[in-house]
Design a binder for this molecule. Sequence first.
Ligand SMILES: Cc1ncc(COP(=O)(O)O)c(C=O)c1O
Length: 372
Amino acid sequence: MSGEPDSPRVRPHLTALPGYEPVTPVDQLAARAGVDVADVLKLDANENPFGASDAVLRAVAEYRGWSVYPDPLQLDLRAALAGYAGVTPERVVAGAGSDELIELTVRALVGPGQRVVSCPPTFGMYRFLCDVAAIPLDEVERGADFGIDVEAVLAAIRPETALVILASPNNPSGTPLGDDALVALLDSGATIAIDEAYGEYAGTSALERFGDHPRLIAFRTFSKWAGLAGLRAGYGVFHPDLASVLLRIKQPYNVNLAAEVAMRAAIDAKEELLAQAARVVEERGALARDIAALGWLTPYPSSANFLLCAVEGGSSDAGARLHAALAERGVFVRYFGAPRLRDCVRISCPRPDQHEALMTHLRAAGAGLGLA
Ligand SMILES: Cc1ncc(COP(=O)(O)O)c(C=O)c1O
């Protein structure tokens, strides 16, 4: 046991780490709230409310090749991903979720004495991965509208900065990164990684305009638009030299065959899945209008499949209170304890047929908290 005289000597920076704050599995949430899992509105992890497509489920169910290892070079998979992303296969590497590619990229690029820049509030994985690897992270706070402060980011980039990582659209705010900002960042000489986990909902990708830039990296995932979060299926687009290094340093069988089969089937079913993403975008618009009409909850503009919403005139712990009140009703949204987000909750877009139920719960929770 830790602390006993002959216990393993864990690296000191790791013993103090709080660990990544994950979402709780839905059955545990339902049990806690005393509601049936089927009645839960799980809107806390930006998953696809429609689930995986039937075509993908069929492809995985019908596949029979589980007894052999996957292709470590991912040749067929990378070709399919490259076709989808509109790039050449030598620039693509697949991973167990985009999280794995982010970690591999940090491992490949950031050496001793080097640093990473990111812009909070943002996806917690960047801090988590840097903390685990004992890499100094320079955090440049986003502005009041959650856009990045380009001048401040440029000022934070030093010769030791090996990587700048920015989510676009950003999580949890939904804010996209503009082309001008990206041009300025690329002009700085730094390597810029754009995390496009929600790209299919934004309808744009940095790859469209800057895909050939040698210092641009894009991370993509099938977790959101393709409804495959549980399979861990993501990829990245890199300069071919970096991709070649990543292919050599990754675990050889990092993408399991179920994830590979599912990714390829999802690409084949992309028209259906992208049409579904468009329905989520419509729902985002409808939800933003109805939430704003409540009068006490204000959504920030979002290009993703979720809305960050601020409780108006609420106390400093208003986000936590709304989060708890909704959870009691079987509605699970995300709350972040970070100072700038204490009056906020992040709500993933539900299916359109769940919209009215969500609004009813929001009205009741708001009334119960004296907000309405
Ligand atoms: C910005 C961002 N990047 C990456 C991820 C993780 O994606 P994956 O499931 O592919 O690891 C998430 C998940 O919430 C995210 O919000």
